[in-house]
Design a protein. Structure first.
Length: 131
C-alpha cells in the first residue's frame, strides 16, 4: 500500500516489521538454546516471557488496524500503541512518533493512558502503586 494513501498503515507495517524481526530473533535464540533446560533457568524463562510479550504486542498492533475508520483516529490509536508498547525501546518510540507526526503535518497528541504504569506482565509498577 502506498504511504501517501495510508501513512498510518505504512507506519503500522514498519512497526510490525521491527517487532516481528525481534520475535524471529528470540525464537531462533530459543531454538538454539543448549539442552537440557532446567525449569529454574532464568535466562531461558526470560526469553520465553519476551517471546510471549512480542506475540501479545503484535496482536495488539493488529487490533489497531481495524479499530478506527478515520485517518486521524488511526493515528491517535497508533500513537497510543507506540506509547504503551513494552517491546519498543525509547529511540524507536521517538522515531515512530516523529514519522507519525510528519505524516499528518502536526504533532500527534500523546496517549492519555499511563503507559509506564504497568510492567510487561500487567502488574502495577512499584513507583506508581503508591500514587
Amino acid at each position: 500500500m502506498d504511504e501517501r494513501v495510508d501513512p498510518v498503515g505504512a507506519l503500522r507495517d514498519r512497526i510490525r516489521a521491527v517487532l516481528d524481526a525481534e520475535r524471529q530473533r528470540i525464537v531462533a535464540e530459543i531454538r538454539s538454546y543448549p539442552t537440557p533446560i532446567p525449569r529454574c533457568d532464568q535466562q531461558f524463562n526470560h526469553l520465553i516471557d519476551k517471546r510471549e510479550r512480542l506475540f501479545q504486542e503484535l496482536a495488539r498492533l493488529d487490533a489497531t488496524a481495524g479499530s478506527s475508520v478515520a485517518a486521524q483516529d488511526g493515528a491517535a490509536g497508533l500513537a497510543a500503541f507506540i506509547d504503551a508498547c513494552a517491546c519498543l525501546d525509547a529511540d524507536s518510540k521517538l522515531r515512530f512518533k516523529a514519522a507519525l507526526s510528519e505524516a499528518f503535518g502536526k504533532p500527534v497528541p500523546p496517549s492519555t493512558a499511563p503507559a509506564a504504569a504497568k510492567t510487561p506482565r500487567g502488574m502495577l509498577d512499584r513507583r506508581t502503586a503508591h500514587e
